[in-house]
Structures are given as C-alpha cells and as structure tokens.
Design a protein around this ligand. Structure first.
Ligand SMILES: [Zn+2]
Length: 319
C-alpha cells in the first residue's frame, strides 16, 4: 500500500489501523487567537486535546484524520505535540474552511494561485515544517456554494489533480450543497474515489445520501453527538440502513469532535448539553454507543467494522 503523511512523518497506509475520519484536536479562530492570545490558555487546550485523543486510543484508535484548515486555527506544531505524547498518528490537511469569506489576499489572486499554496503544503510541508498535508479541505454551508466557495473548491480540485491528494468537503445537507460540490469536482476532472463529502449524516434522507454515493464518493456520517443537526438514534437508523444496502465501502463514521473550540463562551458547553444540542459528544462516542447499537441492530459485523474504520480511511487517503 502507498504511504500516508502524518504529523509524525510518512507511514505505510497499512499501519494506520483503526482510524477516526473527522476530529479536531483544537478549533479556534486564528485571527482572534493571534490578536488576543491572552484570551486562550494553550496549556488547557493541549490538556483537552491529549485527553480526547488518549480516550480514543483506549478504544483502539491508532490514527485520527484532523481536517482543521485555514480559519480553523490549523497548527501542525500543536498537532505534533499531541501526536507524540499520545502515540496516536494525526493526519493534517491543507485548504480553506470558509462558508463564503475570502481575505483580499485570495480574493485578488486566481484559482491557480490559490491551488499553488495548497500544493506547497502537500509537497514541501506546512508552516515551515517538514510535516506534509495528506489531503485537501473545503467547505460549503448554509450560504450554499457561493462564488468564493466555488473558487476554493476549484483550487482544491486542481491541487488534488496536481498531487493526487484526496479531498474532504464539508457539506450541509439541509441546503443540499453536496450535488453541486460533486459537480464542481467532476468539472475539474477529479477522480470521485478521491472525494469525501463530509456531514452527510446530518440528514436521514437516504435518497439524498445515496444520490451522492452513486457518484462514487465517500460520505461522512461524522457528526455523532451533534444532536442540534440530527439525533444519535436517527443517525444510527440511517447508518444501519446504508450498511444493509451494501454501502459499507463508502461510509466514514466519526464525531467531528473539537477537543476545544472557541466559537462560544466557556459556559455555553453546559447550556448546549442541557439544551440537547449535543449529547455525549466526544472522541469515543462512536465506540461507546454507535458501534454497539449498529451491532445490536445486526447492521455491523466485524468485517463491516474493519471496512469502515480501517479500510475506508486508508483507501481514501491513498486513492
Ligand atoms: Zn470538522
């Protein structure tokens, strides 16, 4: 099997083992963090990241795909510290996480210039290190595929074509961004086996999810615990049916957990749990509740578990 770049260096894809396809060791606004660093406690963030990753490791997790891109505070120095102390392989990306906004820097440069930045992260390394990006990230959300979002998607697609790196696209099923995202990648000539459409599990509209799978892309059932978008029970019913219909080879199951996140004041965490917006959101929820429920429902045997958590991430990363 081909090798995969991790923050600890390249490894053979067969060494990735049980892999969580979508988690964040830290998520924060890099502009705010750069301007008001005293508002952040890096030691607390590190402790939270290490605790989350160590907990996942006790569930057998050997590798974690962390799609934190520009605007999510990507920091491969931080990621490498977490990876080295936990012994879990972390896989970093390049790309831009924006629902529309682009800084003037990229607004006034064309798609190919943007793609060159991504390509450099993949070929040369990220943030002055020798840590290379293993995949590309872009996003479309409530605003839909805006002009700026389309530009990022095309740059990501061209960087994928130039390097062979796979793509993960954040999507929003509630406004059906997935089909247009796939269409853009196809227009650019990207191999659909390299594409993962994240957050498809936020809907239980099976026809919508299957319409994406038909293109040959991977779909992320990757926000377990974020009840605000869909409950664990309804996510499980969807996952079970997709497995029964023979789609195991296209599914990524994960939590999109952020070991720390600055989107809300600290006291909001309790409000969110009490208000039912999140439930047991963590880096272990899929092993604590989801896999047991899918096994109980007769939808996931050992072979399907191996397909989803071992083979799919490795196959996507080496497509
Ligand atoms: Zn995410």
């Amino acid at each position: 099997m081909a090798s995969v770049e991790t923050v600890q260096g390249p490894v053979d894809a067969s060494e990735l083992g049980v892999t969580l396809a979508h988690e964040h060791v830290r998520f924060r606004d890099e502009a705010v963090a750069a301007q008001w660093p005293q508002r952040y406690d890096e030691q607390d963030e590190f402790t939270a990241a290490l605790a989350a990753v160590a907990a996942a490791k006790t569930c057998g997790v050997q590798s974690i795909v962390d799609p934190t891109a520009m605007f999510g505070g990507r920091d491969v120095h931080f990621m490498r510290r977490v990876a080295e102390q936990s012994g879990v392989k972390l896989i970093a990306c390049t790309g831009i996480y924006s629902y529309d906004y682009l800084p003037h820097y990229f607004a006034n440069r064309d798609v190919d210039a943007m793609a060159e930045h991504f390509i450099a992260d993949i070929r040369d390394g990220i943030q002055g290190t020798d840590i290379k990006a293993a995949f590309l990230k872009c996003a479309a959300d409530a605003a839909g595929v805006t002009e700026n979002v389309e530009k990022i998607h095309r740059a990501v697609a061209r960087a994928s074509l130039a390097t062979g790196a796979p793509i993960m696209a954040h999507s929003m099923p509630a406004v059906a961004t997935g089909p247009r995202q796939v269409e853009i990648f196809k227009e650019e000539g990207v191999d659909m086996a390299r594409v993962q459409i994240a957050h498809c599990g936020d809907t239980d509209d099976l026809a919508y999810i299957e319409s994406l799978i038909e293109h040959g892309v991977y779909v992320g059932l990757d926000r377990y615990g974020l009840e605000v978008f869909l409950s664990i029970d309804r996510r499980n019913a969807t996952a079970a049916e997709l497995l029964r219909r023979g789609h195991a080879e296209r599914l990524m199951i994960s939590q999109d957990f952020c070991a720390s996140i600055d989107w809300y004041p600290p006291e909001f965490a309790e409000v969110a749990e009490a208000g039912g917006m999140v439930r047991n959101w963590s880096m272990t929820l899929v092993f604590d509740e989801v896999v047991p429920a899918l096994r109980e429902a007769g939808a996931m045997d050992d072979a399907a578990f191996h397909t989803v958590f071992v083979e799919n991430p490795a196959r996507w990363l080496t497509a």
